[in-house]
Design a binder for this molecule. Structure first.
Ligand SMILES: [Zn+2]
Length: 385
């Protein structure tokens, strides 16, 4: 039987060599050279066998389904060969595990805590934020600069790019450096200009309060780009707040309000002559590990609250508190964008706003587009390979 390991697309450095392995009735106990002990259940090892019978070597995806193996299957023998963990199974199958891969997936308490700590965490910011600014030409030519930009987007959720051409449509070139663009009913690229027949308050000259785009969708777009082509009108400054920073501050200062915004859903709506989008969701969403993962907010797209009679005053209190915090100077970054500059930010985290502008004083034209957060994260991992 061919037991050569099928490589993953990722690489797993050798952190510590396998020192010894002990076969127990329900598990294998691996001892690493650096002193760590990692138990692996028989079933877990059999499930993760990387051999060409268990993993198709073209797609590197598993073909084995663990239910096709006896639940009480155990190893017949184990040994270490050229640094790899080798398992002979009852019934004839063999598995060979690379020590780097095994260590990267070990699930002893210490290894799990280590991986949790190593995960990228949002760097929260406030009005004193030193905005990361990247040069367009460097992003387009140099993969390392591109990676630094994407990491800043992932960790801080707000960046600026300068030196962008001001021809309409040039935004698509830089967006496609990350991935394909997410289209919406506003187009592949949308034009932010004051229009007489506006289908959203965004396309007026009004002040727009702090919001995320498309909170009316099951999945709000992950990244938003806003590219300034012309900005001759008086007013129209951009305002940003870190929605995660506000959520964390709310959790510290008013835990009950935080809980209400995580638990009571609110409906957001956007409609015109041809579409009618509605989404019922909480304003603060937590991920599977309980961390703040998303802010959904646009007062001008919100429907009437629906909550129990007991909860309604709590919801109003929490909602008012959140909006009041977005207005506090401690959180707000205010900056005017010039032609050839663009904002790129995490639309599910960084709320954005615009001061009113005077269309009679001059032209103002921005173009925007969206890319999903998945595409950003995937692009980072591929660039890091
Ligand atoms: Zn196998």
């Amino acid at each position: 039987m061919n037991t050569a390991a099928v490589a993953d697309f990722r690489t797993y450095p050798l952190i510590s060599a396998l020192a010894s392995v002990e076969l127990l009735p329900d598990q294998l106990r691996v001892q690493w050279a650096d002193g760590r002990a990692s138990p692996f259940h028989h079933q877990w090892l059999r499930d993760n066998c990387p051999c060409p019978l268990c993993v198709y070597n073209v797609t590197r995806e598993q073909v084995l389904e663990i239910v096709d193996v006896d639940e009480d299957l155990t190893a017949l023998s184990v040994h270490i060969d050229q640094g790899c963990l080798c398992v002979e199974w009852h019934g004839g199958h063999s598995s060979r595990f690379d020590p780097g891969w095994l260590r990267a997936h070990a699930y002893d308490d210490e290894s799990r805590a280590e991986r949790r700590d190593a995960k990228a965490k949002p760097k929260l910011w406030d009005s004193r934020f030193e905005l990361p600014v990247f040069d367009y030409a460097a992003l387009m030519e140099d993969p390392n600069t591109l990676l630094q930009w994407l990491l800043a987007l992932r960790d801080s959720g707000l960046t600026q790019v300068s030196g962008v051409p001001t021809e309409p449509g040039s935004l698509a070139l830089i967006a496609k450096r990350i991935s394909f663009i997410r289209e919406s009913n506003f187009g592949v690229l949308f034009n932010v200009q004051s229009k007489a027949d506006a289908d959203s308050n965004a396309y007026t000259a009004f002040n727009l309060p702090l919001h995320s785009d498309l909170p009316t969708r099951e999945l709000q777009p992950g990244l938003q780009f806003l590219h300034c082509l012309v900005n001759d009108a008086d007013g129209g400054e951009s305002i940003f707040v870190d929605g995660f920073a506000i959520a964390h501050a709310l959790r510290d200062e008013n835990p009950e309000a935080f809980r209400v915004l995580c638990e009571i859903p609110v409906e957001f709506r956007n409609k015109d002559r041809h579409s009618d989008y509605r989404r019922l969701a909480p304003i603060i969403a937590l991920d599977a590990l309980g961390e703040v993962a998303e802010i959904r907010m646009a007062n001008f797209l919100r429907g009437p609250f629906e909550a129990s009679v007991e909860q309604m005053p709590l919801l109003y209190h929490a909602y008012r508190r959140f909006i009041a915090m977005t207005r506090e100077d401690r959180f707000r970054l205010v900056k005017r964008l010039n032609p050839g500059e663009l904002w790129c930010f995490d639309n599910r985290r960084t709320l954005h706003a615009r001061h009113a502008f005077d269309p009679a004083s001059g032209a103002r034209h921005f173009q925007g587009c969206y890319i999903d957060r998945d595409e950003l994260l995937s692009r980072i991992l591929v660039l890091q390979r």
